[in-house]
Write a protein that binds this ligand. Structure first.
Ligand code: BGC
Ligand code: BGC
Length: 653
């Protein structure tokens, strides 16, 4: 039993972890720290909940435990079925209208809220709680500020900025009357073939731990102060509990084969600071742990999470995640409730699950005490979030305030995050930083494409089918370059395919992955050239024309890009920067008097592979031979010796 190893490997940790290092008094010696809620038990509040519970029918209790999706339910049904919560999924909008305004979102929030408070068909008035995936800003809403995806934020190593991003996200969400954000993702991502790699801050628990609590505080406000869940804040979600980033082969919704010690020491590390910061909800993960689906795992959801870790908020299921438990369907799953899921995310089949769950309680299959515990937790969070007092969504302080959505000061923070997230991998001969008064060719299909630079979970679920017109107020990477260069007498030519008439001084080629999200984004290998030979051909073509090439690589994870590196003079990993593409030019170009404007400060939060199948590849591996290690990132003071003779293996010649 090597408790010692855990302590050494994760030696410099916050308090909570020290509990993990202390000899365990628990005979099961399961490595989990023993925590208590950072919000003290409030006897009056608990008594209030007891009295509410006493007035609720079984139907109303099960309604509280049910979360349909807005496309599949009307406000009248929210009232009639005593629905406790709704969500909007990725790419779902009020009335199905992509261009819904803030006022449209707010009107739907009002309608659903009014329905939840309407007792004309019986029951108690209990305010509904609406959840959304604001995972890099309020990304379902047109005109919102979109931050770099978490992988880019991981490269910043800046917990203060993380908290500020959480605060801004909460405020923009609050304008639409939505109460709850399904963020942050605390996955510690071990195999970069996973299509959700970019939703994680890092492959290493260190950064996830440093960020988790700060993001929760940004979203919810500081626990124990008046700002906690005030009108500017929203309820946060620590997700996906637990082990989502550690599935075998990086398969989405796959099986995590970790030992319990690895589960605690790697995958659960973000949760401890999240609870310290008062995270009010936890989303159960789609993945299995050693063959058992998390939605059906009473040991981890109840004994560990709600017992040992002292979590007193509620557990939300993931999108029909209950239906993946053996023996369950989307319409029926006593096992998930018994295991500890308190609220079931059941987008479409909510009527059936309500009916079946009620029957399962009546038949004694689900204990009534379990239902009471689930509803108690839901009501506790609703009360703490002030939902009983905040009133109609449109009556709340920031509701409908258009000036906050995509506000200039919010965009400035996002642009700062973009600058800090960029990682310089190569800079032969000190090509960067560039002077502004050059003739600059800007090429590649990512150069003037805000959808591509924003990735998945951007207006639509997969981030596809967006055009620049869908991002009012945003800047493409090209727009930022053009503004910098033209301000100093230089000249830009935008040319997606890299063709030109007059020989430019330099080419900036913006290329990389096209948007994807969960399910669609998994890969077989990390090779980029194998499926994207046109980008490589363009880089080589420019190089053969004696044009210095700056590659700006957009991606949701490290990819094997040896050939692209060889064909580039300078190479920047830009991740998925979001709407403030001008942050790229801020760093690539000198200021107007020729000095370094902003240096590179970003450092890899993921190890970069030196072969297509070099995955899993993580700091601390016994054999660790990445191309660029965790923590790598050049600055303008470094002289780079990468050269252009990296092995190109399977790339087209
Ligand atoms: C929804 C997403 C959801 C996904 C799960 C999509 O249709 O829009 O929000 O995560 O389905 O399968
Ligand atoms: C995803 C979650 C998300 C939910 C709602 C699921 O498919 O795994 O991260 O919060 O859908 O859109």
């Amino acid at each position: 039993m090597s408790i010692h190893r855990t302590c050494m490997a994760f030696g410099s940790l916050a308090l909570v972890l020290l509990a993990n290092c202390a000899p365990s008094s628990d005979s099961s010696d399961n490595h989990w720290p023993e925590l208590t809620s950072s919000i003290p038990v409030d006897a009056d509040l608990e008594e209030h909940i007891t009295s509410l519970l006493a007035q609720m029918s079984l139907e109303q209790k099960i309604g509280q435990m049910t979360q349909p999706e807005i496309q599949y339910i009307t406000p009248d049904e929210v009232r009639d079925y005593h629905i406790g919560s709704v969500l909007n999924g990725g790419g779902s909008f009020p009335g199905g209208a992509k261009y819904s305004s803030v006022a449209d979102w707010l009107a739907l929030a009002d309608a659903i809220y009014d329905a939840s408070m309407d007792t004309s068909t019986g029951g108690l008035a209990i305010p509904v709680i609406w959840g959304t995936d604001a995972v890099h800003g309020h990304n379902n809403v047109i005109g919102a500020t979109l931050f770099p995806h978490n992988i880019g934020l991981g490269a910043m190593r800046n917990p203060d900025l993380i908290e500020r991003i959480g605060e801004i996200t909460a405020l923009e969400v609050a304008t639409t009357g939505i109460d709850w954000d399904f963020a942050p993702t605390l996955a510690v991502v071990r195999d970069d073939r996973w299509g959700r790699t970019y939703e994680g801050y890092s492959e290493d628990p260190e950064i996830v731990r440093d960020y988790a609590g700060r993001m929760i505080t940004g979203l919810q406000g500081q626990v124990g102060t008046g700002q906690f869940l005030d009108a500017s804040r929203v309820v946060a979600t620590a997700k996906h509990f637990v082990g989502d980033g550690g599935t075998d082969g990086g398969v989405d919704r796959g099986d995590n084969l970790s030992t319990e010690q690895q589960l605690v020491g790697i995958h659960a590390q973000g949760y401890f600071p999240a609870f310290e910061a008062g995270a009010q909800t936890v989303m159960a993960s789609f993945n299995s742990w050693n063959g058992q689906k998390m939605h059906g795992n009473p040991y981890l959801l109840t004994e560990i999470l709600k017992g040992r870790l002292g979590f007193d908020g509620f557990v939300i299921g993931d999108w029909n995640g209950h239906g993946e438990v053996p023996g369950c369907t989307n319409e029926s799953c006593a096992q998930a409730v018994i295991a500890g899921v308190d609220m079931i995310m059941v987008p479409e089949d909510w009527k059936a699950i309500i009916e079946n769950t009620i029957a399962q309680v009546r038949a004694g299959e689900i204990a009534e005490s379990r239902v009471d515990d689930a509803v108690r937790r839901i009501l506790r969070v609703k009360i703490r979030a002030g939902l009983f007092e905040k009133g109609r969504p449109s009556s709340r302080p920031h509701a409908g305030d258009m000036s906050l959505v995509g506000a200039p000061e919010h965009r400035a923070v996002a642009r700062e995050a973009v600058r800090q997230s960029l990682v310089l991998l190569k800079n032969d001969g000190g090509l960067l930083p560039l002077a502004r008064d050059l003739d600059v060719l800007v090429a590649g299909d990512g150069a003037d494409n805000i959808g591509k630079q924003s990735g998945g979970w951007t207006i639509s679920w997969q981030g596809t089918e967006n055009t620049n017109a869908d991002f009012p107020g945003a800047a493409s990477i090209f727009a930022g370059i053009e503004a910098a260069v033209s301000s100093a007498g230089g000249h830009t030519t935008i040319s997606e395919d890299g063709s030109f008439t007059g020989q430019p001084d330099v080419a900036i080629v913006v290329f990389g992955e096209n948007p994807y999200a969960e399910m669609m984004g998994d890969l077989e290998t990390l090779s980029f050239c194998a499926e994207n030979s046109e980008s490589l051909a363009m880089l080589r073509q420019l190089k053969s024309q004696d044009i210095p090439v700056v590659s700006v690589f957009l991606s949701g994870r490290p990819r094997w890009v040896n050939a692209e590196l060889n064909a580039s003079t300078a190479f920047v990993a830009a991740w998925l920067p979001g709407t403030e593409g001008a942050g790229v030019a801020d760093v690539l170009f000198r200021d107007t008097v020729g000095q370094v404007n902003h240096d590179f400060t970003g450092k890899l939060s993921f190890s970069w592979p030196n072969a297509p199948m070099q995955t899993p590849l993580n700091r601390g591996d016994s054999i660790y031979e990445p191309l660029f290690p965790y923590g790598f990132g050049l600055t303008y003071n470094d002289t780079d010796s990468l050269g252009d003779d990296l092995p190109e293996l399977e790339c087209p010649s």
